[in-house]
Design a protein around this ligand. Structure first.
Ligand code: GLP
Length: 241
């Protein structure tokens, strides 16, 4: 695992952007694995800025996202599809039909997981962006998720519901379930970039980097991937310094 410790959130975002830019420059048909949450917002801002200033094109790029809340989808403010459109897709020249997230409003959620998984199997993700939950989750793979898991329906933990409630009007509005790529899907990416910012990620980062590889800390599996770049700000890195 390569580790970069940057002075703050903005520097972390610029570093992550540099890695993504290299992937897209080398391969304009790249497949990007994308994440939501506050951690990658700065990265997406850099991608938009670069697209506008330097004309970097996403015309032939495909994207797949990690996860989506059950019950939310297109047209819902808190859905991850809306997040992706507002933070990235609407501001670059990516073809929306080349972007895909699990559909949290599908009538048959298990079939949606199976279809999403088949789609993932038909692709090779060139670079997967990850954030990390304060409990070490990646995507919505909560502690205890099998390392060989593929796209599945997740019951969110109280911890995650509480962490994510800041983005909803009240904790009662946070969906209790989500659809998420599994750990095995994530591990198939050629390159993984994990971005982490803030003190509340320090413990999860320590366990990810230095802890025992255990299903109790989903991100610890990244120790077994041979091409991971961890980019932290100083606060998130405070327990590994
Ligand atoms: C959610 C997402 C994760 C994300 C995590 C951390 O649970 N499903 O993919 O990494 O939140 O979010 P943030 O970056 O806002 O701290």
């Amino acid at each position: 695992m390569q580790i970069f410790i940057e002075k703050d959130y903005d520097a972390m975002s610029v570093k992550a952007f540099e890695v993504i830019k290299e992937v897209i420059s080398a391969n304009p048909n790249a497949v990007l694995g994308l994440a939501t949450g506050s951690s990658p917002i700065g990265l997406y801002k850099e991608m938009v800025k670069d697209h506008k200033e330097n004309g970097t094109s996403y015309k032939n790029v495909k994207s797949v996202n990690l996860d989506e809340y059950v019950g939310l989808g297109e047209g819902d403010d808190q859905s991850y599809v809306t997040f992706m459109r507002e933070n990235l897709f609407n501001h670059v020249d990516i073809d929306l039909s080349n972007t895909r997230l699990p559909n949290g409003k599908a009538s048959d959620l298990q079939k949606e997981c199976d279809d999403y998984n088949a789609y993932l199997d038909s692709l090779q993700i060139d670079v997967q962006v990850l954030g990390i939950g304060s409990n070490g989750h990646i995507g919505f793979n909560e502690p205890g998720t099998a390392f060989d898991s593929v796209t599945h329906i997740v019951d969110l933990t109280e911890n995650t519901i509480k962490d994510n409630s800041r983005l909803f009007n009240s904790i009662d509005e946070v969906p209790k379930q989500a659809l998420s790529m599994g750990i095995a899907n994530i591990m198939k990416a050629k390159l993984i970039i994990l971005v982490a910012s803030g003190k509340n990620k320090a413990d999860a980062i320590k366990k990810t980097v230095r802890g025992k590889v255990s299903e109790e800390v989903p991100a610890s599996i990244l120790q077994r991937h041979d091409n991971v770049i961890l980019i932290c700000d100083k606060e998130a890195a405070s327990s590994i310094l």
